[in-house]
Every structure is written in structure tokens, then in C-alpha cells.
Ligand binder design. Structure first.
Ligand code: SF4
Ligand code: SF4
Length: 177
């Protein structure tokens, strides 16, 4: 066959290669970059302790919590996702893009603490997912305690204790007739 015959034969064939930047197929269980859902994070820092590569660094301030992730250090093991008590972490189902600058491999998220329902000072957030790990159901009482800062929780607890003690002592001190 002449060269022209080969060329015309090839032109009639369908494409059998994927042109750049074609989609790379990933299996369903593929573990890509770690992403955080800030609304679900309870600022516990467990992901930092679980990460042996030190890809996650957390810093707690008086009014916020900063979650830093360095994908350049991440081994995509999934330990942080597994250990997160509030299911705030997940892994993307595709591979990370190529990075041009070192600064591109790091990401920072600041989570502002919500105000305490009683005093208005910043209070550590807590979510229903975490509460349901400790209690069977979230009644009004538990919901209201969960919206308080540590100081107001202590204050409410002490008031309740004092009231209980007073009523108990009052009953005990009554002389039998
Ligand atoms: S997937 Fe593994 S290496 Fe990556 S941040 Fe989570 S714990 Fe660290
Ligand atoms: S383990 Fe989860 S809830 Fe705790 S700091 Fe990390 S992302 Fe937030």
C-alpha cells in the first residue's frame, strides 16, 4: 500500500487516544485532597493529631480557630477524615491539579466562634453530630447548654447545684412535728 493509502486509511479511523487535558478516570474509592466544611467543624484539633505528615496545622485564638492544610505534605491516607468527630472533613474524588508556586499547595480556613447565648462572648462551636455521639437525642435542655460558653456553663451548673443544695438542706432542717 502506498503512503497516501496509509494516510487516508488512518484518517478514516475513529480517535483512539484521549487528547490532553482529557479526564483521567478515577475509581469510586479514590482519595484526593482533603477539604473542610467550616460549618461542621467543632475546632477540636483531632485531625492535626491524627496527621502523621503534619499536613494539617491548627491554631486556636480567642475568637477563632485556624485550620491550615498543606497538600504538598499530604499522603491522602484519610486518617483525618476517619477521626473527625463532626464529619467536617472529606476527600475529593479527583486528583489535585499541577501547582506552579509553593504557596499554592497551602490553604487556610478561619472559623469564627459563634457568640455565647448568654454573655455573647465567643464560644466553641458544637454540632448535632457531636452531641448525638454523647446523647441519644437532643432535647431543649441539651440544645440550650450547647449554645453556652464554658464560663456560662459553669455558672449555670453552679446555680443549679446551689439551688438543689438549698432545697435539700431546707427540707432536712425541718424539725419533725
Ligand atoms: S489524608 Fe492523611 S496525610 Fe493527608 S491531611 Fe489527612 S491525615 Fe494528613
Ligand atoms: S477533627 Fe474535624 S472538627 Fe476537629 S478540628 Fe479537625 S476538621 Fe474540625
Amino acid at each position: 500500500m502506498s503512503i497516501l493509502g496509509v494516510i487516508s486509511g488512518n484518517l478514516r479511523k475513529r480517535k483512539i487516544t484521549i487528547r490532553f487535558p482529557g479526564e483521567v478516570p478515577h475509581p469510586d474509592t479514590y482519595r484526593g485532597a482533603v477539604v473542610i466544611d467550616e460549618a461542621k467543624c467543632v475546632c477540636c484539633g483531632m485531625c492535626h493529631y491524627a496527621c502523621v505528615s503534619e499536613a494539617i496545622v491548627v491554631t486556636a485564638f480567642g475568637d477563632r480557630f485556624v485550620w491550615d492544610y498543606n497538600i504538598g505534605r499530604c499522603t491522602f491516607c484519610g486518617k483525618c477524615v476517619e477521626i473527625c468527630p463532626s464529619r467536617a472533613l472529606s476527600q475529593t474524588s479527583d486528583s489535585p491539579p499541577p501547582y506552579a508556586e509553593p504557596a499554592e499547595v497551602t490553604g487556610s480556613h478561619a472559623i469564627l466562634y459563634p457568640p455565647c447565648a448568654e454573655c455573647g462572648r465567643p464560644a466553641l462551636p458544637i454540632t448535632d453530630t457531636v452531641l448525638l455521639k454523647a446523647f441519644k437525642e437532643i432535647g431543649e435542655d441539651i440544645a440550650s447548654w450547647s449554645k453556652l460558653c464554658l464560663r456560662c456553663r459553669r455558672r449555670r451548673y453552679s446555680k443549679g447545684l446551689a439551688a438543689g443544695l438549698k432545697s435539700t438542706l431546707g427540707r432536712d432542717m425541718k424539725k419533725p412535728e
